[in-house]
Design a protein around this ligand. Sequence first.
Ligand code: BJW
Ligand code: ZN
Length: 248
Amino acid sequence: MSIDPALIAAAASALAAARRVLVLTGAGVSAESGIPTFRGAGGLWEGFRAEDLATPEAFREDPARVWRWYRWRRGICLAAAPNPGHLAIVEIERRVPAFLLATQNVDGLHPRAGSRKILELHGNIHRARCTLCGRKRDLPPEPEAPHAPLPACAACDGLLRPDIVWFGEAYAEGVLETAFEEAGRADVVVSAGTSGSVYPPAAIALAGKRAGAFLIDVNPAATEISAAADIHLAGPSGEVLPAVLAAS
Ligand code: BJW
Ligand code: ZN
């Protein structure tokens, strides 16, 4: 990682002075835990893109295929552990008076790392929901075989689906409102590990910047969010975030 130390120092002093901080995370934050991101190398599964599988239409057409994808991914998530980037975000929460983490990740690594004030915008891969009655159920803490029978609801025998927000689906009530509200009054917004290509989440970071927050983007690649950011720290979050904390 070769980031100008002056940029690290500037991010550190913005964070140290902040009273309200919103952190937005995406798949890149879990990349160093061995969980593949959606876009870019390794983003394919059996030749399908996330946009082909993470839709209600794909599930209606072939629920077994979608469950195979999620079981494969859940196995990876269960075997993974939080990395220094997740832990640095826990430390930011500890240091600032008002904090919110809005994550697009469904892998459960932020809560496992110890994050407390967290909105899981896209749901959680370790939970399922009945397609008939809507009841939710935690999945067992061990991986299921990809071809195991499809899970059914204990109450009504309806087919269960992953409790995840797919393309074209609405977000859980109040979740986006809370995230945008916090972005609107944050002193600092940190965006980490997201391509900023999925909306509305990408707009949370941009709305924070528009409302006057100091926007810090942590991503080895350039994105729409890094273009809008006050500081773009172009490195892996597992190295960059601890370096920022060490400098504050
Ligand atoms: C590192 C790193 C390291 C690598 N350190 N960084 C406006 C314009 C255009 C389209 C739309 C729009 N508004 C809405 C839409 C439609 C759509 C959308 O955004 N489409 C775009 C793709 C064009 N949005 C929706 O459909 C949303 N719903 C909605 O808008 O509902 C409206 C509605 C209202 C009322 C009634 C009904 C409907 C829902 C979107 C749901 C997205 N779900 C997914 C999959 C499900 C979750 C799962 O199975 O896991 O969520 S898609 C997938 O993308 C996943 C992610 O959370 C999401 C974001 O991806 P993310 O996290 O940014 O990952 P990547 O892979 O894209 O990027 C990783 C980044 O990390 C890269 O930049 C790397 O460089 C970086 N990186 N290593 C730091 N070590
Ligand atoms: Zn049911």
